[in-house]
Design a protein around this ligand. Structure first.
Ligand code: GLA
Length: 372
């Protein structure tokens, strides 16, 4: 591990647990706390990028499929399944002895329109859609039975105000679509952990609705293990208190907490919204791409400090949190280069475009945690 990699591990951990071995990655530093995961794309799991391989091997002990297991990729046409990504992904995960996460079975985005319609183009009946959903879960989850350790069964079913998101799933099947999906998933792979995953879980109304749904499933004997808080955060928002309350309440309600899609957007937004709704999209413009060539030192330091405080909070609650997964491996491959404005240069992860671990000059000066 080079010096800068070592520094960030020290910073994230605090002085007392900083050791001088240069083979320790983030996964080792947090071994007694939670898994450290990364969402990966096709090129990062097919063995063609040695740099990605070594980064994954050193720092991560959990993987999430960034896009490759979403419906539109895995079953683009009815009955035509594409498993090349999934097979490579699982192989890569096993090689690293990682906790492997499947993402995601039932979602309203990155799902083809045919899923909801019959041959004539009319919307399916409740029963017909359920059959399609069951087949999909059976085929995709079934292929990786006992190999994928946990699945995001349903993604983003609620609006920020706690109302049901009016997706095709909801409109055609009603609230029960969630119970059906979890029940089917458990039937297909009884050993897999099953999760509900969403953004802005720090918002009280949304969280309340999610927990009510999850407790309802439990009370009916339907397996649901945990709630994924996506964690698409910004430099100063949401507050640590808001995140902490969410962690505590999910735990109190009896569910595993996972930070499933962590990144910290450092760029300005054209309008005031938060979360991760992929339908929001602005065209590229220089005005919204202020750090096209480099990230100013003060912004970089803010980013690292934000990670230091977030990980401080996660460590404090490591009895409740089972996994912290970054949404992407390095700044060069983050979705935030294209959302909510396309074609920008963003810096939201812990690894830069050269795949070097980031560190903070300010913290370095202030803290006495660096061995001399
Ligand atoms: C949501 C989804 C992820 C991903 C991100 C943006 O958070 O759960 O699969 O699409 O949006 O990349």
């Amino acid at each position: 591990m080079n010096h800068s990699r070592f520094l960030i591990s020290c910073i994230l951990l605090g002085a007392f647990s900083c050791q001088s071995s240069n083979e320790r990655g983030l996964k080792d530093e947090f071994q007694s706390n939670f898994f450290i995961g990364a969402a990966v794309n096709a090129r990062q799991v097919d063995g063609s990028m040695a740099s990605a391989d070594s980064l994954l091997d050193l720092h991560f002990n959990s993987l999430t499929a960034e896009n490759g297991l979403k419906w539109s990729n895995v079953q683009p046409e009815e009955g035509k399944f594409a498993f090349e990504f999934g097979d490579n992904y699982v192989k890569r995960g096993k090689k690293m002895d990682a906790f492997i996460v499947g993402h995601t079975l039932v979602w309203h985005q990155q799902v083809p329109d045919w899923v909801f319609r019959d041959k004539e183009g009319s919307f399916l009946s409740k029963e017909a859609l359920q059959e399609r959903m069951d087949d999909h879960i059976q085929t995709v989850m079934g292929r990786y039975k006992d190999q994928i350790d946990g699945w995001d069964v349903v993604n983003e079913a609620f609006e920020d105000d706690g109302g049901w998101r009016k997706t095709h799933w909801y409109l055609l099947m009603g609230e029960e679509y969630i119970a059906q999906a979890f029940a089917k998933a458990h039937q297909v792979d009884p050993n897999a952990e099953l999760y509900y995953n969403d953004y802005n879980v720090w918002k009280p109304e949304k969280r309340r609705a999610i927990l009510k749904m999850a407790q309802n499933l439990r009370s009916r004997g339907i397996r649901i293990d945990g709630i994924g808080m996506q964690g698409h955060y910004r430099l100063d928002f949401p507050s640590l208190d808001q995140i902490e309350t969410a962690i505590e309440e999910i735990h109190q309600a009896g569910f595993q907490v996972m930070i499933t899609e962590l990144d910290v957007d450092v760029l300005p937004r054209p309008s005031d919204f938060d979360g991760a709704d992929l339908e929001i999209s602005y065209a590229d413009s220089p005005e919204w791409n202020p750090y096209a060539d480099f990230i100013p030192a003060e912004v970089h330091d803010k980013l690292v400090n934000r990670y230091v405080s977030l990980f401080g909070l996660f460590k404090k609650h490591s009895d409740k949190i089972s996994r912290v997964t970054f949404w992407g491996l390095h700044d060069g491959s983050t979705w935030l280069n294209n959302w909510p404005v396309r074609g920008r240069t963003n810096y939201p992860l812990l690894f830069d475009r050269e795949m070097r671990l980031k560190w903070n000059t300010a913290s370095f000066q202030k803290k006495t945690i660096i061995p001399t």
